[in-house]
Structure formats: structure tokens, C-alpha cells
Design a binder for this molecule. Structure first.
Ligand SMILES: NC(=O)c1ccc[n+]([C@@H]2O[C@H](COP(=O)([O-])OP(=O)(O)OC[C@H]3O[C@@H](n4cnc5c(N)ncnc54)[C@H](O)[C@@H]3O)[C@@H](O)[C@H]2O)c1
Length: 346
């Protein structure tokens, strides 16, 4: 397929992506770790995403946004790709449409011809929670057997999978949401799937006292978590844009981000605000790639507080999208389309 001059594109809609294994959380966790190892070894290119908010002049108070997330995966993978990622606040009020919607293009880096266009929405949900799963695997205190998940939407659903797969010792998951019926629905959905009991809670702050692992994946447009939620030994992982305030990061002994150069472009993330206010520098922070490559020695004692933040890495979408493409080819599924029969100009 590489060096191909054939303009055939395999289109994979969500149903194809599912058949080709996109809901396999074990595969996703492994792919996320492998991608971060490649990132840390300089084996891939992943410039920070371009972020565009609408309507014009909204000044951060966006109704919707698009992100462009390009990447090149080197070594023997050798493919390029881009995820066109989007979120719309009002989608939460429109039945039948997710809050976040994503599409991924995979391209041959030699001839630059695209060879696959696939739904990236499910892969985004799976890989986002898998990033939290990898953070949790490396940073949760020894013997951690419970977690508090804040947010029971799409990412909340995949977060249950990621945390239970990454930390098989988890026996209880406290699950909160402004809309408690969503947490109750997920409790039913996951009944018997994992060993963990899912406990819907209305008071997330009280539940934070019962566990040492707090993961947030909400669409909150303001911070609602401060350092009074934290106690010695906690790991806090923030996947949304606001959620935890600067104090939660400042009071942590170890700060880890998924990708420093990108996270500091965020106008809202606590770790980015601390950097912009001159209260931390890059030297105070580990990248997740340092962690998976063993450059962070791990907790030196179980009373340390660890803070993890993520803004998302396009390379994950391309890596997992490529695995799904290969599986789909093997299974003979998807719809073939062509960019042209014969290019008009060459
Ligand atoms: N870091 C990444 O790579 C990445 C990737 C994709 C999505 N995300 C983020 O994940 C978040 C969740 O996305 P989603 O697709 O699951 O959205 P969703 O609309 O499906 O679910 C969000 C849930 O958060 C709940 N919520 C909002 N404010 C809350 C609060 N203060 N306390 C408790 N619950 C609250 C909502 O009721 C809803 O159930 C978004 O902020 C999105 O930007 C991050």
C-alpha cells in the first residue's frame, strides 16, 4: 500500500470501526503506551493541535470548536494522518448526536495519497480514557482498589473500561455526574462486566475521601475541584478543560502531562495557567512519555500527591486508526471510494 499510486480510499463508518476492534480496551491501552514510548524516543511527529472556536469573537466562550491534529508515525509503521476533532456544547441537548464528533484520515507519506477515512469518534473516547488508564497504571498508589470518576458521559463510559482494565485490583468505582441518572444507567450497563462495583454518587467531594484515585472527564465550563478534595497519596487525573483549579496542581508533589508543548497552549487547564503565571516551568513537569520510558522513578513514598493532565495526542488516533484499518482490510469490510478515476491535472 505504501508508494501506492492508486487513489482508492477505504471508508470505515462507525459500525465498521466497531467490527474491526475499536472497542477493545486492552488493545487501546497497549497502543497508547506504545505511542507514548515512540513519542519519547522521537519516532513520531506530532505538532501541537490547531484549535479554532466558534462563533467568531466568542472570546473563549465557544459554542463549538474544531481541532486539527496531524501526525506522522515513523519506524516500520510509516504513515501520516490527521484527526479533525470537534465538540459542540449544544449537542448535549440534541438526542441522537454525541457531544464530540471526530473523523480521521490516514495517508501514505511517500505519495501522500489518502488510503483510509474513518470515524474517529469511538476511537477518541476509547483512547482518551486509555490515556487516563495509563496515567493511573503508573501513578496510582500501591494497593489502590477504588476510584472516583467524575462525569458519566461518553468518556465516563469508556473510563470505566480503562480504569478496570489498567488496574485489575479495582473493586469499587464511585461514579458522579450532575445528572445522576447517567451514572445509574452506566451502573446497569456495566453490571457484571468487571469485578468492580459501580456506586453512583451525588456528592463527588465526599466520595473523594473514600479513594486515592480521582479521574475527571466532564464538560464543566468552570472549575469545581480545589485542593480540599486532595489528601496524601492521591492521584488526580484531569481529562476535561476546566474541572480542577490551580491549587490542586500546586499542592501536588509530582506533575505529569500528556504533552507539555501542547498542554501549555490551553487557555483553561490549571497546569497551563500556572505556567503562564510563572508559577511552574517545564522542569517541574514530567511528560507521560518520560513516565512510560521509566524516566520518572515512580512514587518515592505513598504519601505523595500526583497530578496528571491531558489535552489529547493526535498520534494516538492515527496509531489506533491504522490498527483498525489493517483489521478492516483483513476482514474485507468498509466501503471503497476513489479520489479520482484519472486526475485532471498532474
Ligand atoms: N483530553 C483529551 O484527550 C480529551 C479527548 C476527548 C474529550 N475530552 C474531554 O472529555 C470531557 C467529556 O467529554 P464527553 O464526550 O464525555 O462529554 P459528554 O457530554 O458525553 O459527557 C460529559 C458529562 O459531564 C457531566 N458534567 C458536566 N459538568 C459536570 C460537573 N461539574 N460535575 C459532574 N459532572 C459534570 C455532564 O452531565 C455529562 O454527563 C470533555 O470536556 C471533553 O473535552 C478530552
Amino acid at each position: 500500500m505504501l508508494h501506492s499510486t492508486d487513489p482508492k480510499i477505504l471508508f470505515l463508518q462507525e459500525e465498521d470501526v466497531i467490527k474491526a476492534g475499536a472497542l477493545d480496551m486492552r488493545m487501546t491501552l497497549d497502543a497508547v503506551e506504545e505511542t507514548y514510548r515512540m513519542f519519547g524516543r522521537g519516532e513520531l511527529l506530532n505538532p501541537p493541535k490547531t484549535h479554532m472556536e466558534m462563533p467568531i469573537g466568542c472570546n473563549g466562550d465557544w459554542a463549538s470548536f474544531f481541532n486539527t491534529m496531524p501526525c506522522y508515525l515513523g519506524k516500520d509503521i510509516n504513515i501520516g494522518g490527521v484527526k479533525w476533532a470537534a465538540e459542540a456544547k449544544n449537542n448535549s441537548n440534541i438526542p441522537g448526536i454525541p457531544y464530540g464528533i471526530d473523523i480521521t484520515i490516514l495517508s501514505d507519506p511517500e505519495t501522500v495519497l489518502p488510503f483510509c477515512i474513518l470515524d474517529g469518534t469511538l476511537i477518541t473516547a476509547m483512547r482518551t480514557s486509555a490515556v487516563a488508564g495509563v496515567f493511573a497504571k503508573y501513578t496510582a498508589p500501591k494497593g489502590c482498589d477504588s476510584a472516583l470518576l467524575v462525569g458519566a458521559g461518553v468518556i465516563g463510559r469508556t473510563m470505566i473500561m480503562a480504569i478496570c482494565e489498567a488496574l485489575p485490583g479495582i473493586k469499587k468505582i464511585y461514579l458522579s455526574d450532575l445528572d445522576i441518572s447517567k451514572a445509574e444507567a452506566l451502573k446497569k450497563e456495566y453490571e457484571g462486566v468487571y469485578d468492580a462495583e459501580i456506586i453512583p454518587v451525588t456528592d463527588a467531594k465526599s466520595a473523594s475521601k473514600e479513594t486515592k484515585l480521582i479521574v475527571t472527564e466532564t464538560t464543566s465550563g468552570k472549575t469545581f475541584i480545589d485542593e480540599s478534595w486532595l489528601k496524601p497519596g492521591d492521584t488526580m487525573i484531569n481529562m476535561g478543560s476546566y474541572e480542577a483549579d490551580k491549587g490542586t496542581v500546586k499542592s501536588s508533589d509530582v506533575i505529569i502531562v500528556d504533552y507539555w508543548d501542547q498542554v501549555i497552549t490551553s487557555p483553561t487547564k490549571a497546569v497551563s495557567l500556572l505556567y503562564k503565571d510563572g508559577e511552574i516551568t517545564e522542569d517541574d513537569v514530567y511528560n507521560l512519555s518520560d513516565v512510560v520510558l521509566g524516566k520518572w522513578q515512580g512514587r518515592t513514598d505513598d504519601s505523595q500527591i500526583v497530578n496528571c493532565s491531558s489535552l489529547g495526542l493526535g498520534a494516538l488516533d492515527i496509531m489506533i486508526g491504522y490498527k483498525v484499518f489493517l483489521k478492516a482490510k483483513e476482514m474485507g469490510i468498509g466501503t471503497e471510494v476513489k479520489l479520482w478515476n484519472k486526475p485532471l491535472w498532474e
